[in-house]
Design a protein around this ligand. Sequence first.
Ligand code: UDP
Length: 267
Amino acid sequence: MDFLKPRYTPMNRRRRIYEGKAKVLYEGPEPGTLIQHFKDDATAFNAKKHEVIDGKGVLNNRISEFVFQNLNDIGVPTHFIRRLNMREQLIREVEIIPLEVVVRNVAAGSLAQKLGIEEGTQLPRSIIEFYYKNDALNDPMVSEEHVTAFGWASPQEIDDIMALAIRVNDFLSGLFLGVGIRLVDFKMECGRLWENDTVRIVVADEISPDSCRLWDIKSNDKLDKDRFRRDMGGLVEAYSEVARRLGILPEQETPNGRGPVLVTSKD
Ligand code: UDP
């Protein structure tokens, strides 16, 4: 009975700035701000595989809020201002640098495939990779040489991006380790934030189970988007588990609109 499900209707009055595969950006309430809206759409293999998964957007909004708020709190600059509602957050408008910055701690995915390393092998040290954000080209891996030669980022900006990537990796590794999850790898994006006459690099986009590989420490169960990429099912349950362990989803609650959970007191 689909009509019984709570359906979110975005406010049409707002100007849509950009629509991506899993998110929409709307004009924000003040100049220099935007609203980032998380959809339920899941895509993989450059959108060749697509599905709508009820509740995914709500979970990613909540998990990404938690990560970005914590990064702000420890002095890692991000575009995040605050969460507005179940699916939306207020962010600072930045100029996105057209790179996907991937940090890896454990071999998995494309690295494991390309270099013939067994998935799950601990890497000798964390590795940072750059991919050029271009759907038509399938986001090819690029080197720092390409990044500077084609002017996507300056050498100083690359240094800043790498310093941010290491800080985010250290923070996320510790955060997840504390709740029994191994941070295998993740992707982040950066943007240029103008403040008066100065410009600085900040972490942008989202950090969620859509953009990280998260394995349960004991069982190695996948708690991330590989469940969708590899047709394993149970994606919302896995993302809910991540949120629950981080303490941001009350026990028992799922975001599918099953209604309030009765809380009883034992004393
Ligand atoms: N990733 C992402 N968006 C992309 C490609 C990769 O968020 O367009 C994330 C992915 O979830 C993983 C990490 O970046 O946590 C490394 O992905 P990999 O290069 O192994 O590619 P994949 O195997 O996902 O194609």
